[in-house]
Design a protein around this ligand. Structure first.
Ligand SMILES: [Zn+2]
Length: 505
């Protein structure tokens, strides 16, 4: 639809031009959309984006997020211009919520150009800048949602090219074309919008297992100096998870991923975020041991979500304690497996990070951990409490089955049943599966500690692994005993994630 200039004189117009001769433009109808992203050579905080597509409807939009800003992601978008196949300007009206309306003829071949100014760090982001966009001396980080204006939602053949300053590389979750490492093919709009991009002088590690590739981008001298360590850590953690689950991540068809990107940069604080299937981590420069521990923990935690969270997903958020807490447990096991934690540091992390937060969370003893919507406000209750549920259940099952079964069997059965499907598990199913594994009805456990608000008496379960545990001045103090019987020793190995323990007859 073409309108005259005067009809829109009072509206907020990004760009206004009289268009005549409407509807007569040729339509070469190659049903494709392509992006060219240029990072300015002298001003790295300026990105110019050119998008070419055949018109599907009148709308341009950006993905969800940035809700604290009146114009959302459009706060950072400037000079939006649309032209038709003849190069004639097309009227564009800016709408609320980072949307624009184009007044173009149906099926028109459109070229959209705009600029993004990377000023996101000047604003407050409740979950951190790591899921937004930022600049470093060595390059720029963008999430797809912060950088890309979208059109339509059914595209399957999306091409993205980058034009970069001299010597720069780009890391994306997309498949690079064979002849050009700055040219990518994106499978669908989800992969496009839920992406992360780092362009700059960073380094990459690629780890391939079957049809799955994990690419880690390392930025900043301190991080690059640990490249070998990151490679070893990642391979160890990834292989541990693949062995445990019995295969590479297996999400539903719509969320299929062959390549996952982890972007790790040196920064002023330690933080981590997941968008789509990709992971962004910031590591505090000279942050000391705790920050080092946290960044590795975030890394291994998020990787486990490729199975628990992406390959099998819950019906409701009343199982966030399972998704986050059981993931925490396997994170600790994997870090022990690769030697980042030893027995003693593993046990002290249980107190220092988890029990402290669980014990000090003002929801503990007052709220049920099934209130998944509270997981950020009550991290201790849900992430920490969920971890203690996983430990208690694991030890109950191992003790009841002479260490023949464990919650590993639960994870594998969920992966087998729900991998590659859109079906979802429920809290009742978890309770039933756990009861079956131990052959002890867990209704009372669930009613007390999961659905109910009682504190998990973790010190009553740890002795099953031959540990002595007490709570003193708000600290969970766990010590190893010397004279373990063989079953206790095997259960303890299981707690630490050591799998090659012999089975007791
Ligand atoms: Zn998580």
């Amino acid at each position: 639809m073409i309108k005259s200039k005067t009809a829109f004189a009072s509206t907020i117009l990004v760009f206004i031009v009289l268009v005549s001769g409407c509807g007569s433009s040729p339509n070469n109808n190659t049903d494709e959309i392509s992006y060219l992203i240029t990072i300015d050579k002298s001003d790295h905080k300026l990105a110019r984006v050119k998008v070419s597509f055949s018109l599907k409807d009148s709308l341009l939009y950006m993905n969800r997020g940035a809700n604290q800003l009146p114009k959302r992601w459009a706060t950072f978008v400037h000079n939006v211009m649309v032209t038709d196949s003849k190069g004639k300007s097309i009227l564009v009206e800016e709408l609320p919520d980072a949307k624009w309306k184009m007044f173009a003829a149906p099926n028109e071949k459109i070229t959209l150009t705009y600029e993004v100014k990377l000023d996101h760090e000047d604003y407050k982001w409740s979950s951190g800048i790591d899921g937004v966009a930022y600049a470093k001396d060595w390059g720029v980080f963008y999430t797809g949602r912060a950088l890309l204006i979208l059109h339509g939602d059914e595209w399957e053949n999306i091409r993205v090219d980058f034009s970069l300053p001299q010597g720069w590389n780009v890391t994306t979750p997309w498949k690079a074309s064979n002849d050009n490492k700055n040219s990518f093919k994106v499978n669908n709009m989800f992969e496009l919008a839920e992406s992360m991009i780092f362009a700059g002088l960073h380094q990459e590690i690629s780890i391939v297992r079957d049809d799955f590739e994990l690419v880690i981008a390392l930025g900043g001298a301190e991080i690059i100096a640990q490249k070998d360590e990151y490679k070893k850590l990642t391979e160890g953690v990834l292989d541990y998870y693949i062995d445990l689950m019995g295969g590479i991540p297996n999400p539903s068809f719509e969320n299929k991923f062959e390549k996952v990107v982890v972007i790790i940069n040196s920064s002023t604080s330690t933080d981590g975020e997941v968008i789509g299937n990709n992971i962004s981590i910031l590591v505090e420069k000279n942050g000391g041991q705790m920050s080092e521990m946290f960044s590795k923990f975030i890394f291994a935690h998020e990787l486990f979500h490729l199975w628990n969270g992406k390959s099998f997903t819950p019906t409701e958020d009343d199982t966030e304690w399972f998704k986050e807490g059981f993931t925490n447990y396997y994170t600790l096991k994997s870090l022990h497996h690769v030697g980042f934690l030893n027995d003693l540091s593993y046990l002290s992390v249980l107190n220092d990070i988890f029990f402290q937060r669980y014990n000090n969370d003002d929801g503990t003893g007052k709220l049920s951990m099934t209130m998944g919507e509270e997981k950020h406000a009550h991290w201790g209750l849900i992430y920490g409490g969920g971890l203690f549920v996983s430990i208690a259940q694991d030890l109950i099952i191992r003790n009841a089955t002479q260490n023949r079964k464990s919650i590993d069997d639960l994870m594998r059965s969920l992966f087998q049943k729900y991998g590659a499907t859109n079906d979802t598990y429920s809290i009742d199913e978890l309770q039933n599966l756990l009861s079956k594994l131990s052959e002890i009805d867990q209704t009372e456990f669930f009613n007390s500690y999961v659905i109910g608000i009682n504190r998990i008496p973790i010190i009553e379960y740890l002795p099953l692994a031959g540990l002595s545990a007490k709570i003193e001045n708000g600290n969970l103090i766990i010590t190893k005993k010397d004279d373990l019987n063989p079953l206790q020793q095997n259960i303890l190995n299981g707690l630490f994630g050591i799998h090659d323990s012999s089975i007791i007859d």
